[in-house]
Design a protein around this ligand. Structure first.
Ligand SMILES: N[C@H](CCC[C@H](N)C(=O)O)C(=O)O
Length: 278
């Protein structure tokens, strides 16, 4: 099966964009994993599949698949890349784009400085919304692992996140600790694990070990989750620069039932045709 694709990246979190409005796509988990494979396929952290939306006032519907083939509800860096893709493929006249996702509609804004600003929706802390297998909601939780005690905060940005505060994030043994956290029965739907180093009230450093993809150079929803947890803990102000290994995002949240705003870049890398072995 031949697939036309566009490779894009948002501060190093990379995507294969497949436009299902222009080609017929029948992709099972094996196909998705092959596309994402960095040796046998194109290589990416997530695959973004565009579809026609039947909803009024909605420009497009898109679905998000991790490199392991799992379908997920939200992808912040991917949302910015979708906005960039659409703004260069038929929606050149629009600077405000509405996309339907599994997490609901999100609005994407092409800014004058060519960055993309996304309304990432309202964070949710209720255990049932994350999901988190605890009896009752708390400000923070604790995980006991062989390697020690790991206090964390949990929030849904449409997808599930655990946020741990750390000293120097560069020294966190993330590829050892994060998979053990992800495997814990506390997280029945899996979890994205963020390690946050607070530099000051307007600046954090962050590394994220993603559900279904492993450590990525950046995680947009993870940056939102970390800032929301930091603000909720009284440690951050309402506008924060988040430095991830792949680059910087600006995250804003006014608290309570206000939405989280994420601003950052989105770039094209190349286009191509993939011969999928089916
Ligand atoms: N791994 C995530 C999806 C991609 C999120 C990330 N790439 C972002 O920019 O938000 C999950 O399983 O929920």
């Amino acid at each position: 099966m031949k697939l036309e694709f566009t490779k894009m990246q948002g501060i190093g979190n990379d995507f294969v964009v497949l436009d299902g409005r222009r080609q017929s796509l029948q992709l099972d988990s094996d196909c998705l994993q092959q596309i994402a494979d960095r040796r046998f396929g194109v290589g990416c952290d997530q695959i973004l599949v565009l579809e026609k939306s039947n909803l009024p006032d909605v420009d497009v519907r898109y679905r998000i698949f991790n490199a392991d083939g799992s379908e997920v509800e939200q992808c912040g860096n991917g949302a910015r890349c979708i906005a960039r893709y659409l703004h260069s493929n038929g929606l050149e006249h629009k600077t405000e784009i509405v996309a339907e996702t599994a997490a609901g509609p999100i609005t994407l804004y092409i800014e004058l400085d060519d960055l993309v600003r996304v309304n990432m929706g309202v964070p949710r802390f209720a255990p049932a919304d994350i999901p988190l297998a605890v009896a009752e909601q708390a400000d923070s939780y604790n995980l006991s692992l062989e390697q020690g005690e790991f206090p964390f905060r949990a929030v849904s940005m449409g997808n599930p996140h655990a946020v741990l505060e750390s000293g120097d994030v560069d020294t966190v043994p993330i590829s050892v600790i994060a998979p053990m956290i992800q495997a814990h029965p506390l997280f029945p739907a899996g979890i994205n694990v963020g390690f946050m180093q607070i530099e000051d009230r307007e600046h954090i450093r962050l590394r994220v070990y993603e559900r279904g993809a492993g450590e990525t150079l950046a995680c947009g929803s993870g940056a939102c989750a970390a800032v929301v947890c930091g603000i909720s803990a009284g440690l951050l102000d309402d506008c924060v620069n988040v430095d991830l290994p792949g680059g910087r995002l600006q995250i804003q949240w006014a608290g309570d039932d206000n939405p989280v705003w994420m601003t950052g870049p989105a770039e094209f890398v190349f286009q191509g045709t993939l011969e999928l072995q089916t």
